[in-house]
Design a protein around this ligand. Structure first.
Ligand code: G1P
Length: 291
């Protein structure tokens, strides 16, 4: 299975931080945000990642490429730990390629741009604004692996969801799901609606930004018309797929971290720092010193 990660967006909610660097390259502790997302895919067993990118975002590809000069310098200076961390950015058995999305026509359009590169494979889609894998939490790295496993065993598309407050449904794709599903399990959905009004939302189960989809999805993406916000929405393609095939909502364990806006990014930064033994002490001391 190949993973598609759409990174072509301008990151308007992260401006001005994202004016000259891709929002995906903003750092969280010791690595850029995109590295967490690619690590999540790799830990779930994915060995091929396709970035759907834009001319202004080459820093992302550079980050995952080898920097011989840097490695040579670190080797000469015997900085073994730093060298190891630089080399671990892209494991040798992980391939990262990229395609361009030259027009911002929406998430559904972005994924469709990767069709040729993904060839006839089933796909996982990971949205880079959302972090799931708190490296230090016990279970959350398993979410994507569980979804892939369930897809492999059943053939049913998997869309990761979590519960959100009623007033927040307007920000997400929302599952039309009437039954009960426990965290870590999947349940069949009747459809999805992208950014519904509070009054019309079919549930409060929001799409988190992780999808495992059958190759059949391509034909639905090709037929997409502009939807919410005038954009071609991945949610609408999945909603169309639901009419013909079983699609399940996978209720994630742990919680997601939205790093696509400044507030979410700041609170994620503090949480990750406090949970990481390398930084927890200094962050706690700093917070105490501020009173
Ligand atoms: C996208 C998806 C939406 C999903 C959200 C998760 O929306 O279209 O269905 O719930 O990501 O973060 P965006 O945040 O790009 O508006």
């Amino acid at each position: 299975m190949k993973a598609i990660i759409p990174v072509a967006g301008f990151g308007t909610r992260m401006l001005p931080a994202s004016k000259a660097i891709p929002k995906e390259m903003i750092t969280l502790l010791d690595r850029p945000l995109i590295q967490y997302v690619i690590e999540e895919a790799y830990l779930a067993g994915i060995k091929e990642v396709i970035l759907v990118t834009h001319t202004t975002k080459s820093a992302i590809e550079n980050h995952f490429d080898t920097n011989f000069e840097l490695e040579w310098q670190l080797e000469q200076k015997n900085k073994c730990d730093i060298l190891a961390s630089v080399r671990s950015v892209c494991p040798p058995d992980l391939t990262i390629s990229s395609v361009r999305q030259s027009k911002g026509l929406g998430l559904g359009h972005a994924i469709l741009c990767a069709k040729e590169a993904a060839s006839t494979d089933n796909i996982a889609v990971l949205l880079p604004d959302v972090l799931i894998n708190n490296v230090l939490s016990n279970h959350s790295t398993d979410n994507l692996a569980t979804m892939i496993n369930r897809f492999d065993n059943t053939g049913f598309a998997q869309v990761m969801v979590e519960s959100v407050a009623q007033q927040d449904v307007v920000k997400y794709g929302i599952a039309d799901f009437k039954g009960q599903v426990e965290q870590g399990n999947s349940g069949r959905v009747n459809g999805f609606v992208e950014k519904p009004d509070v009054e019309n939302a079919p549930s409060t189960l929001a799409v988190v930004g992780r999808y495992v989809l059958p190759k059949a999805i391509w034909s639905y993406l090709e037929k997409l018309e502009p939807g919410a916000g005038g954009e071609k929405q991945l949610t609408d393609a999945i909603d169309a797929l639901v009419k013909d095939e079983v699609v399940e909502a996978f209720y994630m364990t742990g919680k997601s971290h939205d790093c696509g806006n400044i507030e979410g990014y700041v609170s994620t930064f503090v949480e990750y720092a406090l949970k990481d033994e390398r930084y927890a002490g200094c962050v706690k001391r700093a917070l105490q010193s501020f009173g």
